[in-house]
Design a protein around this ligand. Structure first.
Ligand SMILES: [Zn+2]
Length: 448
């Protein structure tokens, strides 16, 4: 089947922008991108008054946190975590399914076509949490990169989380092997790839960090973790390991082009150079970093140095209801707040959210740009309403309130049309999210 978007302002991210152009889609791939009308046949999408971009890639999330939004509203990361862990300990597969459905539906409505998820709390006897989020992603229709997260260092071992939410190394590695075998699809147009993701230096043992890297590299999957998010974490690393968080990861042999790290707020100049030299990626989550008062990451320095960098909304409990397209704006504004108005342009921020995110996930040859042969993951934004007083469509998209989403395609299939989900009944994700929240709080209030 041929689908043609015509009459639109096309922003391919790779290559020149086309003020009145077309994008031709054959099956799940982009077949052509060019100026003017398309001569061939095919079903038409009227792109007049719209700007067309690659679909956005979300490089960091915790979908289950939809169920615990608004907790520890004014806490630091560690205070927020300590308040949240006991509630998370009571989640089950039903909570995860509802929260993931809401979180992924919300992402789709903000232009996201590919999302990761970092799930690291697996209370025993509460159903198949990993399968629950995979099923939610299939329903919503987004390309999905779930990370099998993990924590094995509870309070009794000097870690931050209570012992009741951590697992044994053996259980973690066995289940990680299992989900890679069951779900990971390395093919070009893959809708699902699994990554290995121990949670953070303050909740994971050195042994698990090393074993996770060995497992991921043996199976050819990617590696992810949180790093250098707050000064509390740096203090913890210095006390327990005698080094900074980046030095710790480097000592463990983690850094490399198959790795992307969430946050990286507190980097030294030599860390920026090291990330660029090793091809280590960063998932920059500006709203979450601001919400928790963690700081402003050196995102534009990483970009200038040539290190891979993408954007992420982070979990909904530390960046409530954050739309992914809003992170493009937030990234641009926060870099300017720290470094001045030339620090990051709207186009550079958009490139971070698309091509940069694809590179973090190792999919730069498949996703993140509008080029013939790439997967047809495309966002069509309507900029002819209130946004029409801004002549530059990229400025209209990034600077202020996000414009309406006219169409979202994942592999050429419509997921959003005229601001409404088409893969799933429009009211379902919001209801599922609210029910997951109520169910989890009810379970958390039960004794024992
Ligand atoms: Zn996170």
């Amino acid at each position: 089947m041929t689908l043609v978007i015509e009459g639109a302002y096309v922003v391919p991210v790779a290559g020149e922008e086309i003020p009145d152009g077309h994008v031709v889609i054959e099956g799940d791939r982009i077949a052509a991108v060019g100026p003017g009308a398309y001569e061939g046949g095919g079903e038409r999408i009227d792109g007049r008054g719209c700007v067309v971009t690659p679909g956005l890639v979300n490089t960091h999330h915790h979908l289950y946190q939809w169920a615990t939004q608004g907790l520890a509203k004014d806490g630091t990361l560690f205070e927020w975590l300590v308040a949240s862990y006991p509630v998370w300990a009571r989640m089950d597969a039903e909570v995860v399914h509802g929260a993931a459905t809401a979180g992924l539906g919300w992402l789709a409505l903000s232009g996201c076509t590919t999302s990761t998820d970092h799930h690291y709390v697996f209370p025993s006897g509460r159903g198949d949490l990993f399968a629950a989020e995979v099923e939610a992603a299939r329903r919503v229709g987004l390309r999905f990169h779930p990370c099998r997260g993990s924590m094995d260092r509870g309070e009794s071992q000097g870690g931050l989380p209570p012992d009741e939410v951590v697992e044994s190394i053996d259980a973690i590695l066995a289940h990680t092997e299992e989900v890679i075998a069951a779900y990971h699809d390395p093919s070009y147009s893959s809708m699902l790839r699994v990554a290995v993701a121990p949670c953070s230096p303050f909740s994971v043992s050195r042994e698990l960090m090393t074993a996770s890297a060995e497992l991921a590299r043996a199976r050819g999957v990617r590696l992810h973790t949180h790093l250098a998010e707050t000064l509390d974490e740096e203090e913890h690393c210095r006390e327990q390991f005698g080094v900074t968080p980046v030095e710790y990861l480097d000592d463990l042999g983690w850094l490399g082009p198959d790795v992307w790290l969430a946050h990286c707020v507190h980097l030294r100049e030599k860390d920026v150079a090291r990330f660029a030299a090793t091809g280590t990626g960063t998932a920059h989550c500006p709203s979450s970093n601001a919400r928790l008062g963690a700081g402003i990451a050196r995102a534009s320095e990483l970009l200038r140095a040539g290190a891979p960098i993408g954007l992420g909304v982070d979990g909904a409990a530390s960046a409530e209801m954050t739309p992914l397209v809003g992170e493009v704006r937030m990234a641009m504004l926060m870099q300017r707040a720290r470094y001045g108005p030339a620090a990051l342009t709207a186009r550079e921020a958009l490139a971070m959210a698309t091509a940069g995110g694809a590179r973090c996930l190792g999919r730069q040859d498949e996703l993140g740009t509008l080029e013939p042969g790439r997967l047809a993951d495309i966002a069509v934004w309507r900029v002819d309403g209130y946004h029409a007083a801004i002549d530059d469509p990229v400025v209209a998209l990034v600077y202020g309130s996000p414009p309406p989403l006219a169409r979202l395609l994942v592999g050429g299939a419509t997921v959003v049309e005229d601001g409404e989900l088409r893969t799933i009944d429009g009211g379902t994700p919001a209801r599922a999210g609210a029910e997951a929240h109520r169910r989890l709080l009810r379970q958390a209030a039960e004794p024992g």
